[in-house]
Ligand binder design. Structure first.
Ligand code: 5GP
Length: 210
């Protein structure tokens, strides 16, 4: 049973380029959520800072952490390893702080299966269209447009996981998407009704896949 003082876990997943990382930062700043900083074997991008965006590590260290059972979840995404350290997450939740995770569907699944005592709310973020997604991916710091193409190919597969989430939100306008997530979290916490429209989401997914 979750005690009243425990924090809650909020997971945001999405196909690459849907704007999830920006949303996570916005939610953390405005709602005072603690961001779970993952470990990764991926090389840092130009603007990324170790200990803030990720704990950048090598494969050997990463596998050591796996062996020591340090991770709440871990997965291979786009040929790199990513994992969430359990200790800081648990410490924050036990202090009553809410923790937000920017992780993929594999990690979300693993955390869901662990059935921890903390309340969990999961969100899947989608782009408004494939065209917008491609533009967002191409406008990243990625010097190599091949990566944008690769990630577009993954898109059709990733989208199929939308049904495993409590809520699916469409990130067309950042502020509106942020407000929608905030409202949905509040409605869950206060156990009040919300205007989540499953039918609309289903239609949007079908459009993205057509
Ligand atoms: P990026 O390399 O673009 O920062 O992230 C690639 C993907 O890995 C994103 O979908 C991101 O949410 C996911 N990711 C980041 N950290 C973790 C983690 O700790 N665990 C899992 N399972 N996925 C993660």
């Amino acid at each position: 049973m979750s005690s009243t003082i425990d924090g809650i876990m909020i997971i945001l997943s999405s196909p690459s380029g849907a704007g999830k990382t920006t949303l996570v930062k916005l939610l953390a700043e405005n709602k005072n959520y603690k961001i779970s900083i993952s470990h990764t074997t991926r090389k840092p991008r130009d603007n990324e800072v170790s200990g803030k965006d990720y704990f950048f590590t090598n494969e050997k260290n990463f596998q050591d952490l796996v062996k020591k059972n340090e991770f709440l979840e871990h997965a291979k995404v786009f040929n790199n390893f990513y994992g969430t350290s359990l200790k800081p997450v648990r410490e924050n939740l036990d202090k009553g702080l809410n923790v937000i995770f920017d992780i993929d569907w594999q990690g979300a699944q693993q955390i869901k299966n662990k059935k921890l005592k903390y309340k969990l709310i999961t969100f899947f973020v989608l782009p408004p269209s494939k065209e917008v997604l491609f533009n967002r991916l191409s406008n990243r710091d990625m010097k190599d447009k091949v990566i944008a193409d690769e990630r577009m190919k993954e898109f059709n597969k990733d989208v199929l996981h939308w049904k495993d989430y409590d809520y699916v939100v469409i990130n067309d306008k950042l502020q509106e998407c942020f407000e929608q997530i905030s409202t949905l979290v509040d409605s869950e916490l206060n156990k009040t009704k919300n205007n989540y429209n499953f039918k609309l989401v289903e239609e949007h997914v079908n459009k993205l896949l057509s």
